[in-house]
Ligand binder design. Structure first.
Ligand code: SF4
Ligand code: SF4
Length: 134
């Protein structure tokens, strides 16, 4: 993957939006890798957790195409391991929100079974729509 680094991308709107939604200072990450080393689902991820935050730091919108932001289980293991106190699941959530705001929602309630919609807990449906939208 070709990476272009410039002041425009590093201090650009994409980085500001992630930081505003997540409340996380992306530049605090020093890429130590402890988050990825301890992530229990790392073997399933197409982009490792430390790589997600690196791409976010650099303003690389390509990170929105990663399955990782949807696969992250928000288990908080990386938060406990991070020496910089970075809340990576909040960054993942910010990226999901930005993706949804871009209209990348491929799962529609109209396509769900009516019986399921009647019987399933509403929170399960809302959570599923947000989590399994790609
Ligand atoms: S553990 Fe924290 S500082 Fe280290 S790479 Fe992960 S997010 Fe960055
Ligand atoms: S919160 Fe997500 S990225 Fe962090 S350790 Fe758990 S599954 Fe991995």
């Amino acid at each position: 993957m070709r990476v272009r680094i410039s002041g425009e991308t590093v201090r650009g709107d994409f980085v500001k939006e992630i930081e505003a939604i997540s409340g996380v200072n992306l530049m605090a990450c020093n890429q130590c890798g402890r988050c990825s080393a301890g992530c229990p689902v790392a073997f399933t991820l197409d982009v490792q957790p430390n790589q997600v935050i690196r791409m976010a730091q650099l303003g690389m919108e390509e990170v929105l195409a990663s399955a990782t932001i949807w696969t992250c289980a928000a288990c908080l293991t990386c938060v406990a391991r991070c020496p910089k106190g970075i809340d990576l699941p909040r960054v993942m959530e910010a990226l999901r929100q930005i993706s949804l705001r871009h209209g990348d929602d491929h799962l529609r309630t109209a396509g769900l079974d009516a019986d399921l919609l009647t019987r399933a807990p509403q929170m399960a449906i809302i959570g599923g729509l947000r989590k399994y939208t790609r």
